[in-house]
Each structure stands twice: as C-alpha cells, then as structure tokens.
Ligand binder design. Structure first.
Ligand SMILES: [Zn+2]
Length: 308
C-alpha cells in the first residue's frame, strides 16, 4: 500500500505576525521536501462541526468565528493569532486528520501524514493556545472511535512541548491511550508523570533539557512501547512535532533527524504487529525551517517504508 499525504492550500492562508515561529514558510518547506516522493496526494476536506464537537463545545467554534478578523491579525493570547484565513485552515487541519483516518481504515492508504497548520495539541476543550485552534489529533482519535467504531486507539505525541490539549480532551476517554513525551521544564509547564488521566490512560514522559536522542530511545523502549503493545490500539496516531531537533530555536533537546526516523520506524513496527500498520500522523511543531523539512522527510520516508 501507499502512504497518503493530506494537506490543503488553505493551510498556507493562516498568517501569523512577522517573526512568529509558527509561520507559513514551515509548510512551504515541508511540501518542497516531500515533492518528489511517491505519495498519494490528497486535498484535505473541511472538517465537520460534528466531528469537532466530539472534543469541543459548540461555543468554542462560535468564539473562534467571532474572533476571526476581516483584515490583519487578532491575538487570542500572547502566542496564538488568527488572520482572515485561519478558520478555514483550522477546519482543513481537522478534515485532513479525519480524511486520513478514513483512508487508512478503508485500505486506500497504508498510513498517512497530514501536513497541516495550525497545529492542534495545545488546544484545550474551550481554550485555544500555543498556536492551536482545534485539537486535530484528539478529534481524529474520537472520530476513529465513534465514526469507525474502533474499540481502542493510541496517540503518541513526540513534540518537544507537552500535549496539554490532547491530554485535556482525552483525559476521561478510557478507549484512548495518550503517550506524550516532553522536555521538562518547558512551556506550557504541565506534563508531570503523576498526571495519568481518568482511567490511567495518559502516560507523561518528561525528558530533561539538553538530553540527546539516546535518552529518548531508551525512554520509549522501556516505557512507551510496552504500554502501547499492552494496550493493543487498533490505530496509532502520531502528534508529530519536530521541535526536539537539536537545531530548533524553541527548546533544548538534541535529537537528530535520524532519531525522528528511528522513532517513526519503531512506531510503525508496533503498528504492524498489533493493528495492520494503521498509523495516522499529523504535523504539530518544529520551528527551524531546514531541520523541520529534513526531519519531516525522514518521518515520511519511514512511513513509506512501512506501508510499502
Ligand atoms: Zn512544540
């Protein structure tokens, strides 16, 4: 089978203020890095409000609609901004993930990568934050459970920041195992090991600043992979943030591009063992443009090798 690349030009119309790290160029660099790869290229549909409302109340959508500026930019908080194209971009981001679930479930694709922005893993139930407007991956997880009737899904979040939004949205969802690794201390300050979810379904794995990929490999091997295998999810979601890269300006971990490839390969191996290789990955962070493009290319190469 083939790997699907799901994206949409609308995701380039979410424009952040000059100098903001979560910038349009991130997606341009990524798409350039992927342009010669043998991928099934799909334009993301708009996400549906019904799918979003499995995670967020209707008021969250209404609030975003009323915050949308006609021109220029509006700050929702110190980090999170909306431009006139932001809401369409956010709906495409959700639609990319639900479309990815559909394609992998139907066998149209072996696995899928959603190249999307805005990212999603910091958005809480009613609070957009950390560049995120909707909880894209959590919405995808709920969609897989409710729309496709899966019994269990897992989310692995290797973005360098804590996936506080995904944790919040899936805290009481016993059918979802969330494994999130994060540099600690680091913004947003959450992600302690003692936070385990309403059903022991959240696994927080703090990583000390300045540590390198070998420490990550040991941590995932000893803790994340056994939990994943024991839970036996029927689909594995990846919140794929690349800001643990040694060149990233927003954090202080020292992972190499090869570390991202290794982690992706290991997750795909586990998916092969327990869920017919079903992996849906969605872009989160990653702010050094060259490192981001290179690491995403390595991540997608690993997905392609696994689906071949
Ligand atoms: Zn991040």
């Amino acid at each position: 089978m083939i790997t699907a690349l799901i994206t949409h030009p609308d995701c380039l119309e979410h424009v952040t203020p000059a100098g903001h790290p979560e910038q349009v160029a991130r997606l341009e660099y990524i798409l350039r890095a992927l342009k010669d790869k043998d991928l099934q290229r799909i334009k993301a549909p708009m996400g549906s409000e019904d799918d979003i409302m499995r995670c967020h109340p209707a008021s969250h959508i209404t609030d975003l609609r009323s915050a949308l500026p006609n021109v220029g930019s509006r700050a929702l908080d110190a980090d999170t901004h909306m431009s006139p194209g932001s809401l369409d971009a956010a709906f495409r981001a959700v639609g990319a993930v639900t479309k990815a679930v559909d394609m992998v479930m139907s066998g149209e694709a072996g696995n899928a990568f959603a190249a999307i922005r805005p990212p999603g893993h910091h958005c809480e139930t009613s609070t957009p934050m950390g560049f995120c407007l909707f909880g894209n991956v959590a919405i995808g997880a709920k969609y897989a459970l409710e729309h496709h009737g899966l019994k269990r899904v897992a989310v692995v979040d290797f973005d360098v920041h804590h996936g506080n939004g995904t944790q919040d949205l899936l805290w009481n969802e016993a059918r979802a195992l969330v494994i999130t690794s994060q540099q600690m201390p680091l913004w947003p300050g959450t992600g302690e090991r003692s936070d385990k979810g309403g059903h022991d379904n959240i696994v927080n794995l703090p990583i000390p600043p300045e540590s390198a990929g070998d420490q990550m490999r040991a941590l995932y091997t000893s803790e994340a992979f056994p939990r994943l295998r024991a839970f036996k999810p029927e689909m594995i979601f990846i919140s794929a943030g690349f800001d643990a890269h040694q060149d990233d300006p927003l954090a202080n971990l020292n992972w190499s591009t090869d570390d991202f490839k290794w982690l992706t390969q290991e997750l795909c191996k586990i998916a092969d063992e327990i869920c017919d290789g079903r992996v849906v990955s969605a872009l989160e962070g990653g702010y050094d443009l060259d490192a981001l493009a290179e690491a995403v290319a390595a991540h997608v190469d690993a997905l392609m090798e696994a689906s071949a």
